[in-house]
Design a protein around this ligand. Sequence first.
Ligand code: GRF
Length: 187
Amino acid sequence: KKIAIFASGTGSNFQAIIDAVKVGTLNTEIALLVCDKPGAAVIEKAELASIRTFVFNPKQYASKADFEQQIIEQLQQHHVDYIILAGYMRLIGSTLLEAFANRIINIHPSLLPAFPGKDAIGQAFRAGVKITGITIHYVDEGMDTGPIIAQRAIELTEEDLLEDVERKIHEIEHVFYPETLQKLLGK
Ligand code: GRF
């Protein structure tokens, strides 16, 4: 299966997926990086790995439907089967949802349905939960609401600072996202 990864920021999950493909634990082809933030660090990671990019500025389009139509053309040109969101900080609109029904997957850094939306790690930390984790799910029109595919939990201790929780979450993301994608899409 060919995938496109959508990301807006650092791209550490994108890098983990690249690395898993490289060592052969994930049997997919990363056909394209789609990024809605010109200048984001993730773009450099794609270039270093010789992965094609489609970078756009949403402000230069009249509507979400317009830029999503543009994205769909790119995805079709590259024969993309699945869309993998990895820190894409934007709700997917009906144009893309209809074109890729049940073929859009997201990772979210909390045990959904707890703490959807932005800053999920901070939300969980401030709530004082003793167990949190990550969720991999199909994307629907809501904010982090689609059918859950897999979850992984971690325990927090009294000593954990916010940065410790962030580190623990990212560590399991980087292992568990490629692993789960292999189960779903790998040959
Ligand atoms: C990850 O924590 C992911 O769960 C969330 O956004 C973050 C992206 O981080 N959706 P990175 O850009 O992959 O480093």
